[in-house]
Design a protein around this ligand. Structure first.
Ligand SMILES: CC(=O)N[C@@H](CCC[C@H](N)C(=O)O)C(=O)O
Length: 370
């Protein structure tokens, strides 16, 4: 089991952006290539990897998906194996997800289970999304599982806890990218310019009214503007301003409403401030919808061996939702006991004991219950 923790520490050092996970992919391939060819076959897809481990009967194929990308966050954990890539960090636990897959894969290579098990090491979960192109590739047909599992670290739960639910577990997510164009000029003569900072500020505030005024208050949705940029110095009016954000909803109708209202508000800001706005939406991640039968089966198993919590849906997005639209399966939260630090924080430091815990759990499940 030390192997998987060792893998995690190596992966933690090399966080990379979506579709640029070159070192991560090479690291994963290096492990896979050390196994006998009659037991393990693989293909690469972009910076991801499909791997099949042969089972004793090969009657069925079980799938396990791990995302592998990092985030543009400067690490502040002080760990001896902290990120070697300045400005990048595994702040969403994808190093843990990938090392669990590598550890489970090795266990199953050494001690085969009845079914074939395929592992999908998936790039770009944080954006722009690697799951959809991966399942659209012809390789997916070669590796297609009949049932799929995926997990996400949960700092708020202790090690030994699994949390999930049937139906919608994670929200639908869609990025919003906005560029505001105006006319720059001297800070003392605003009437001779078109100030994009004032338009930007008004736009941020108006976008925040969408959830409270346009969505049924009995439903959940979120609009977050996570990145704001404009200007060069205090006495120059900015001729260009940027906003990057994300929209979340628990159903397609609300997601469409969010999109429609963003469009309308953007047009209104153009009219009232005289700016021109370029509005781009990213790829829409589907809700992560867990299959009722799979959740029943897995949660009954977990309850016999660990702590299972039936949790509420969360407003996190996950492109694993694309895979669960194709193949019945489920995603679950894995407790990693780091209550002082949340996901996407520079101090995130998941408890590594969660790695052997869940490898043993999934190995047992794949071997005897799935
Ligand atoms: C689990 C998690 O944190 N996922 C991300 C997915 C982001 C998708 C996309 N870049 C967006 O922002 O919409 C999340 O932020 O929930």
């Amino acid at each position: 089991m030390e192997y998987a923790i060792e893998m995690r520490r190596e992966l933690h050092k090399i966080p990379e952006p979506g579709f640029k996970e070159f070192k991560t992919q090479a690291f994963i391939l290096n492990q896979i290539r050390s196994y006998p060819e009659n037991r393990v076959s693989y293909d690469t897809f972009e910076t991801g990897v499909f791997v099949r481990v042969k089972g004793l009967t090969g009657n069925r194929t079980i799938g396990y998906r791990a995302d592998i990308d990092g985030l543009p966050i400067e690490e502040a954990t002080g760990l001896p194996f902290c990120s070697e890539h300045p400005g990048f960090m595994h702040a969403c636990g994808h190093d843990i997800h990938a090392s669990i897959a590598l550890g489970l894969l090795r266990r199953i290579v050494e001690l085969p289970v009845m079914d074939d098990v395929v592992f999908l090491f998936q790039p770009a979960e944080e954006g722009p999304g690697g799951a959809e192109p991966m399942i659209k590739s012809p390789l997916f047909e070669k590796y297609r599982p009949s049932e799929m599992y995926g997990l996400h670290v949960a700092p708020e739960y202790p090690v030994g806890t699994i949390a999930s639910r049937p139906g919608v577990l994670f929200a639908s997510a869609r990025e919003v990218h906005i560029t505001i164009y105006g006319q720059s000029g001297h800070a003392a003569f605003p009437h001779l310019t078109i100030d994009t900072v004032v338009a930007q500020a008004a736009l941020i505030m108006q976008l925040q009214t969408i959830v409270s005024r346009s969505i049924n208050p009995m439903n959940c949705s979120v609009i977050t503007i996570g990145k704001v940029e404009a200007g060069i110095r205090e006495n120059v009016i900015a001729g260009r301003a940027l906003l990057d954000g994300t929209m979340r909803a628990l159903n397609g109708t609300d997601m469409e409403k969010l999109e429609q209202r963003v469009r309308e508000i953007v047009r209104g800001i153009e009219a009232s401030f005289g700016v021109k706005i370029d509005l781009q939406f990213g790829n829409r991640y589907y809700e992560v919808v867990n299959d009722q039968n799979v959740v029943n089966k897995f949660s009954s198993f977990v309850k016999m061996n660990a702590t299972y919590i039936e949790c509420d849906a969360a407003m996190t997005g996950e492109d694993f939702g694309f895979m669960l639209k194709e193949v019945p399966g489920m995603m679950f939260w894995l407790g990693v006991n780091n209550a002082t630090s949340g996901l996407h924080q520079p101090t995130l430091n998941p408890d590594e004991e969660a790695i052997p815990f869940v490898i043993n759990l999934l190995d047992h499940y794949f071997r005897e219950y799935v």
